[in-house]
Design a protein around this ligand. Structure first.
Ligand SMILES: NC(=O)c1ccc[n+]([C@@H]2O[C@H](COP(=O)([O-])OP(=O)(O)OC[C@H]3O[C@@H](n4cnc5c(N)ncnc54)[C@H](OP(=O)(O)O)[C@@H]3O)[C@@H](O)[C@H]2O)c1
Length: 427
């Protein structure tokens, strides 16, 4: 085996990067893996479109069967995105005994188990390193690097778009909408930003990470998630005054055999390294029982960073082909999934309450907290902003259930006009 043939699905941002990386690193691939890569065909939608990379027009096609059913193609590199149509194409490719490398987190979070099983049945590899945190080799690290350890926590910033927006709001005082517009102009945010700003993209990545990290089948429906579209400038400012930075945090934690996986805007201590992860960068902390704390940092997206992850997976497939061991790399979940209930999750919280400006308000609020058994670490009644009077407080650790109960009580209380905002204090 001195050359393998690949068929690519997609020649957009990531696809163009893959073509460049294969071209520029061909020698390294030959040296490291022992064979060269030939891009045999590339599927696109629009045959006439200008491309970001020079490609022989004769290998571009709009007919998927010319790739999926071509017996001379060994590996499919899926960088087109999409869910249902892509799922069908990949299942057919696997039945045709083609290995797959994909960057598609939407697909893997939803149909990962089915695709991995089909791959394994057909003796094929299915690798998806690029689907989480782009250029950071986090999936391989979680699976291989921690093979001898037991992971109990994975926490991080896994969406570059929202991190860019929050950085601009925090460092430059921009409003959410201004920062979002800037992210869109720079190409970090899609025209329809919902999946990013509402936390869905990050939730998919946390589902993939916790499936691998905890060896349980964690789906998108198991992740409680919330986005950043309601984070206000005042919350960020209050956080700063208290020594915290606002980030969209993905957190997956295990205690015993039970796990909790969330994505939400949360406050983290300014002194924690995650607070220094700015703009479109990603960072993931993995805690192992034996190793302690490890941090992975880097570009979470972008053409070349994501493409390097794709081509590294390709190198893995090639190595397996040379050794004749394809189809054995997938690690299937070992444990049944058990999710924590809300009375088993303990965190500190930040709260901003819009209250009546009258004597006794503070006492009434603190008494509600003590009735719920939640102790308050810091509380302060803000000088009025215009006609609005606010109370800002930080709790000690409380169960999520107690915290949800107190939110209801506060909303019902005569002295509280509304709960302005509430956030977990994650670290
Ligand atoms: N962009 C990133 O930084 C990044 C990072 C990590 C993971 N990913 C993942 O990588 C995948 C690709 O992302 P991208 O940003 O490269 O997307 P993109 O720029 O929109 O490119 C998609 C490519 O796929 C082709 N395509 C889409 N649907 C098709 C269909 N039904 N039939 C044939 N061709 C089709 C498009 O063809 P035309 O060019 O003709 O329209 C285009 O070349 C996605 O799953 C994404 O989630 C992206």
């Amino acid at each position: 085996l001195d050359k393998i043939s690949i068929g690519m699905l997609g020649l957009g941002t990531v696809g163009s990067g893959v073509v460049k990386v294969i071209r520029d690193h061909q020698d390294k691939l030959v040296h490291g893996v022992g064979c060269a890569v030939q891009i045999k065909r590339i599927l696109v939608q629009d045959l006439e479109k200008e491309r970001d990379v020079e490609v022989d027009r004769s290998i571009i096609t709009a007919i998927s069967a010319e790739i999926i059913d071509d017996p001379t193609i060994d590996v499919i590199v899926e960088v087109m995105g999409g869910i249902e149509e892509t799922r069908k194409l990949l299942l057919r490719a696997l039945e045709n005994k083609k290995h797959i490398v994909t960057a598609n987190k939407d697909l893997m979070a939803l149909h990962g188990p089915e695709l991995l099983e089909t791959a394994s049945k057909n003796g094929c590899d299915l690798f998806y390193e690029a689907s989480v945190a782009g250029g950071i080799p986090i999936l391989r690290s979680v699976v291989d690097g921690f093979a001898s350890d037991r992971i109990h926590k994975i926490i991080g910033i896994v969406n570059g778009t929202t991190n860019y927006i929050l950085t601009k709001m925090s460092d430059e005082g921009k409003s959410y909408l201004e920062a979002l517009k800037e992210a869109q102009d720079l190409g970090y945010a899609e025209a329809d930003p919902e999946a990013d700003v509402e936390g869905i993209d990050a939730a998919r990545k946390m589902a993939i990470l916790s499936t691998l990290g905890f060896s349980m089948n964690v789906g998108l429906g198991d992740v409680r998630f919330k986005g950043i579209s309601r984070v206000s400038q005042e919350d960020i400012e209050y956080g700063k005054q208290l020594g915290y930075t606002m980030k969209l945090i993905g957190a997956a934690e295990r205690e015993g055999d039970r796990i909790d996986v969330t994505v939400q805007p949360a406050l983290i201590s300014d002194s924690h390294p995650l607070a220094a992860v700015k703009n479109e960068n990603n960072a993931v902390y993995v805690y192992g029982d034996a190793v302690g704390e490890t941090m992975f940092y880097g570009p979470g997206a972008g053409s070349l960073p994501t493409a390097t992850a794709v081509v590294s997976d390709l190198a893995g497939v090639m190595r397996n082909m040379r050794l004749g061991v394809n189809g054995h790399s997938a690690v299937f979940p070992q444990f049944p999934k058990k999710l924590k209930t809300t009375d088993e999750v303990f965190k500190k919280y930040f709260l901003r309450l819009v209250v009546e400006d009258e004597v006794g308000t503070l006492a009434e609020v603190t008494s509600l907290f003590s009735q719920e058994g939640i102790s308050v670490e810091k509380i302060w009644q803000n000088p009025k902003r215009g006609s609005i009077s606010e109370i800002v407080l930080v709790t000690h650790k409380a169960s999520q259930k107690n915290f949800e109960d107190i939110l209801v009580k506060l909303n019902d209380s005569r002295v509280v006009k509304r709960v302005g905002s509430s956030y977990r204090i994650e670290i």
